[in-house]
Design a binder for this molecule. Sequence first.
Ligand code: XIL
Length: 362
Amino acid sequence: MKFLFFLAGLASLGQLVANNINWVAVGQRVLPQTLADAAPFPIGFAVNPAKLLNNAPYQQTVTQEASSVTADVAMKPSRISPQKGAYNFELADQLVEFARAQKKRLHGHTLVWYIDTSPNWLKQIRDSTELETTLQAYIQTVGAHFKGKVASWDVVNEAVDNQGVIRKDSLNTLGKTLFNVGKILGNDYVARMFQYAHQADPTAKLFYNDYGQETRPAKLDAIVKMATNYKRRGIPIHGLGLQMHMSIDTPEAGIENAIRKLAETGLLIHISELDIALNPGKKKDFVVTSELLEKQYQKYKFVVSTYKKWVPIGQQFGITLWGVDDGTSWIPGFCQCADAALPFDASFAKKRAYQGFLEGLK
Ligand code: XIL
């Protein structure tokens, strides 16, 4: 009888998630396996709170597969404080509520970013004292609002340029903002932002987050040096984020080198924004082929297994995918090209990449 109930349970679960399921034998029973179940560390997705509410398969995938969530944009300064002195926490608080109800860790992203997600009013400030006190007040208010609700923050995002120097230019991919925190506040501003964040929320784990460390050795070395220097000075930094927006062509040696070197700092290590593009050449006539999907499978497996291999258990903050599915991924909008960089396709079906992720965890 019990067995029949068990089968009935499986059938209804099966209807819920269609064929989109991996099965794992536990003793004599066969159970579905998700990334979060299979991983010894947190598995995250960058999510959009509106889609979590309105898009059922999107929500279901996050609910089942993740143990951690990051807001893709809802917690960036331009969304939280679009006008000077005004704070709008509505969208972000929806995510706080989702994380609480679904018992997911919430990773905050991001308090300070030199680039275009700084609100316009902030970009107007050129006076160093005014900018410093404004950022301090922002971090104080936002940190206090999310205190006890977020586990962690990316305190400063992308402060180091590709040559390994604190950014002094004001260029971004969309044009010129004429705003640069590093230029106005000096190289050590990053350390002070960590101090402000720690004052605002002394229990949050504080991260420095950046991209391209797997392909730019000078940048990687500068980040390691900065983190080591902060540790020596008692600056409250607890972790480093490797964004890892990469492609099937990203060399494995660089991926391994970045993970190893960051892990050697002794800090928590978060692969914070993983996606693996199939169309790095931005080809206009791009089509997804099974050969490309196999390469993506290999690369996901390599990244996950390399993280597991080189990051000591106590430093494994987890792996976060930047998006849920290929249909809502940020990559096509960013590259202005077709792509399919995530382990779930646009119908939320598991790709070979999903299998690669699972195999990398073994
Ligand atoms: C991206 C979001 O996914 C997009 O929706 C938004 O238009 C631009 O920002 N590095 C980061 C993330 O740290 O915040 C970026 O997210 C992707 C690159």
